[in-house]
Design a protein around this ligand. Structure first.
Ligand code: 6GU
Length: 258
C-alpha cells in the first residue's frame, strides 16, 4: 500500500518511522511519503492560510497550495468514485480528509481503507481547507471526510497517525500472527461489539495478586465462557451503547458451546 500525507508539519509524522508502521515500511509492505505543503507556496512567507469569507474567527487554508500539491502527487491518477482503473494503469487513490466534521472513523472504515492500494491524507490546521478543494477532487476521486472522535484537535496530523496505524496493522504480513487481529475489540465475529476483557501473564503471583483460577484450569470451554462474561461486563460498564449492537443469538450460541 502507498500512503501520501500532505502537511505543514512534516515532523509531526515522524512517529510513522517507529514500531509497527516503521517496520512495515522497512519491510516494503508500506510506502509512506510525507510532503511539506509549503513546497507549493511561492510568496516570501510561504502563506497557506487566509481570513474566512463571511467573517468569523480563525483562518482558512488557501486552495491553491493544496490543488498544486494534490495535482502533482496524484499525477493523472484519477477515477470517479465507484469505477476501477483499467489493468496496468495507476490504481485510483482514495483521498482521506481528516476533519471533526467527518464521518466517525471506526474499525469497519479501517478495514475498508486497508483494502485500498493508495491513500492520500490531507491533514489541515486552522479552521480547515477551502471547501472548493474537497469538491474539486470529489468529482474525480473517492474522497472521505473522517473524524476520529467527538472532540476538537488543533489539526489533522494526530488523526492521520491514528488512522495509518489502524490501517497498517490490517495489511497482510504486518502482524506477526495472521490471526492476531481476529479477536480485537470491534472486530467482526461472535465477539463483535464487545470490548476485550482483562489479560494476565507470568508470574502467577504478583504482590498479593494471583491469576483467575479458570485461566489455569486448562478447560478451554470454561475459559472461553469466562472471557465472554468479562467482555460483556466491561462493555456494559464502559460502552453500554455497544450492548444494543450485540447479536444475542451469537451470545446464546457461545453459552451453549461450553
Ligand atoms: Cl480528523 N481533526 C481535528 N482537527 N479534530 C478532530 C478530528 C480531526 N477528529 C476528531 N477531532
Amino acid at each position: 500500500m502507498r500512503i501520501d500525507v500532505v502537511t505543514i508539519f512534516p515532523e509531526y509524522l515522524e512517529p510513522l518511522n517507529v514500531s509497527l508502521v516503521g517496520k512495515a515500511r522497512a519491510r516494503g509492505l508500506l510506502d509512506v511519503r510525507v510532503h511539506d505543503l509549503r513546497r507549493w507556496t511561492y510568496d516570501r512567507h510561504h502563506t497557506v492560510d487566509d481570513t474566512p469569507y463571511g467573517g468569523g474567527p480563525g483562518m482558512v487554508m488557501k486552495p491553491e497550495p493544496w490543488g498544486e500539491a494534490l495535482d502533482e502527487i496524484l499525477g493523472t491518477a484519477t477515477s470517479p468514485a465507484g469505477t476501477t482503473p483499467a489493468a496496468g494503469t495507476t490504481p485510483a487513490p482514495m483521498l482521506v480528509v481528516p476533519t471533526p466534521g467527518g464521518r466517525p472513523f471506526d474499525q469497519e472504515l479501517a478495514v475498508e481503507l486497508s483494502g485500498a492500494p493508495w491513500l492520500v491524507f490531507t491533514p489541515a490546521r486552522y479552521e480547515g481547507i477551502d471547501r472548493r478543494v474537497i469538491d474539486e477532487y470529489a468529482d474525480r476521486l473517492d474522497v472521505r471526510e473522517v473524524s476520529i472522535g467527538d472532540y476538537v484537535l488543533a489539526g489533522g496530523e494526530a488523526p492521520v497517525l491514528v488512522m495509518v496505524e489502524a490501517v497498517a496493522r490490517l495489511l497482510p504480513g504486518v502482524l506477526g500472527n495472521a490471526e492476531s487481529h481476529q479477536d480485537d475489540s470491534f472486530a467482526a465475529g461472535p465477539m463483535s461489539h464487545l470490548l476485550e476483557g482483562p489479560v494476565y501473564t507470568k508470574p502467577p503471583q504478583w504482590r498479593d495478586r494471583g491469576i483467575p483460577e479458570v485461566l489455569l484450569s486448562g478447560h478451554h470451554g470454561r475459559i472461553a465462557r469466562w472471557r465472554r462474561d468479562q467482555a460483556l461486563a466491561r462493555t456494559a460498564a464502559n460502552r453500554p451503547d455497544l450492548i444494543a449492537r450485540c447479536d444475542p443469538s451469537s451470545l446464546d450460541a457461545h453459552d451453549r458451546a461450553e
